[in-house]
Design a protein around this ligand. Sequence first.
Ligand code: PLZ
Length: 449
Amino acid sequence: MTITPERTDNDVTQELRLVTDVPGPRSQALLARKTDAVSAGVGVTLPVFITRAGGGILVDVDDNHLIDFGSGIAVTTVGNGNPEVVAGVTKQISEFTHTCFMVTPYEGYVQVCEALNRLTPGDHEKRSALFNSGAEAIENAVKIARCYTGRQAVVVLEHGYHGRTNLTMGMTAKSMPYKHNFGPFAPEIYRVPASYPFRDGPHGGAEVAQWATTRIEKEIGARNVAAIVIEPVQGEGGFIVPAPGYLSAMSEFATANGIVFIADEIQSGFCRTGQWFACEHDGVVPDLITTAKGIAGGMPLAAVTGRAEMMDSVHAGGLGGTYGGNPVACAAALGAISWMEQNDAPALALEVEAVMMPRLKAMAENHPTIGDIRGRGAMIAIELVKPGTMEPDPERAAALNKYCHSHGVVTLTTGTYGNVFRFLPPLTMPKHLLEAGLTILENAFEATA
Ligand code: PLZ
């Protein structure tokens, strides 16, 4: 990586340092209070309570310095406490914190929309609208597509993830933990085959797309479909990179049938995969694109960006919300975007890939439980199977996760089968920390063999 500071601007020493067990006594005490105060429905992956973070390190209440391989689920791409984000937020918060853009507007919101319109794929005329969370962006993208087409059906993919609100739960594939006991779900949502190269056997991207579009034609009727919603790299489904030809075939089918093609880039967007947006790897230009997470360096902000005629088809007042495009979140986004442009963030993501891929491939030589290594840029994963089979091994993934956690690396699992180990480091992670985290993972394979 080009950025290898010993200390970051918010003064977090860039080294792995464990001074207690993980979690340590202070974190354990806080966890007990969490149990008494916070709904049991809100789970925690690793109960270390964080006090400070920057570069590639999270510091906990026991002063352990942990390596961050998760970026708060792909959010702090520009680094925690990124100086440009902090400067923008600090200035904005000292001026005003909120007016509600729908009541009395402010420039920051317009600037973020201008940046989104400029940076997202396609040179057609675009408009944007801002919201608070990824799920809310998806809800609004569907509203816009229905309004524009006058149709109702929404097509989503196997293994898809789009959020936890009622509509987006319905659009999400995986039952546990996202949907279990929470129905009934919204109607007019249809699920079709996704391209999953590791599990599709000899069937290529175009062929799987053919299965999907046939299903749409025969079971829904293409004329009834408002939108096809696809993650260009499926996130919670298991970091699934579709086979070449799949995304373009789905996008062409949408266009040919008057269907709005929506790319959910909430996890894969904003330089995570080595392009500004993951659909650029496939040369696909979506009609609408949803963004969140990496857009604002940790502040809650989300957006829908798309073709002007679609975005402007909604009646005035039809889109909005009290906090959507909050001025502080907009200032954070402008800081994050400026940092990404100045530091060539897509290239930084490719540097992460260049470090990780050879190390993971070497691990796969010795550990046949690694069935697949995949991903793009700083969005990389390994899928674990029972050696010599295609059978998922979620127990091994959990054991590796536990080992990494207790040795100071914050790792995340993912996937429909819970057997995918994913890596989402911030792009400010110094190379020596990335290497150190991978060495601990290597040890984890030995220890759990
Ligand atoms: N679309 C592609 O990845 C959020 C969810 C974690 P929100 N992914 C992380 C969890 O367990 O809740 C996500 C996503 C894609 C939509 C969303 C939803 O974004 O900001 O969490 O609402």
